[in-house]
Design a protein. Sequence first.
Length: 239
Amino acid sequence: MALNKKLKILLITGEASGDEHASLVVQALKDKYSDDGVDVFGMGGDKLREAGMNVLLDIQKYASVMGLVEVIKKFRIISKAYKALLKIAKERQPDIVILVDYPGFNLRIARDFKKQGFKILYFISPQVWAWKKGRVKTMRKNIDAVATIFPFEEKFLQDHGVNARFVGHPFCNEKEIAIDKGQYLKSIGLKKNKKTIVILPGSRKYEVQELLIPMFKAYLELRAKIKDIQAIIPIANTI
């Protein structure tokens, strides 16, 4: 598809998972329109930067927070990011704003973008089917379209008057990684004949501070009862 002008896209995400998923969107856009045909800019992380997005606000500094206490502590930083993104939109006049997950921030800023007349696509819908169902009204009012990653989300949102379409889960297009379990465990200093537990405390600093210690204590209790177990803790690049 040939474009008469460069397509300008403002993309906003605030978490490691959103950074990774959104990077696939940017890669697909670059493949379709080339660097000369599309300009993607906004808030993201290393994955989006590698994909070719102009990361104006890095999520390691301006996002990756969770919970009331953490939000209060970093209110000034979050507020600065919020105002900066509104200013960027006003100055650059994007053709579309793509919001990726991160609903506590993105649903609020969507309201202001809508007032300015921007078209808004939400990729990876807030889990309104599970909790905070009242957010559906906000989505219906301020979001032009939602790209869902689960088929049931499409029906749920459509039943509530939201323009939604199932596009598939990003991980479904990922190539399967072939790796020998025993060799991998040996490479990180673990034994291949032990039962291995993966501890996942999260991708945000506050999550890790709150969850890692109780998770580790639970692991120690398991280890007291099951002798041949070991654990791995992956570290997100936002920590």
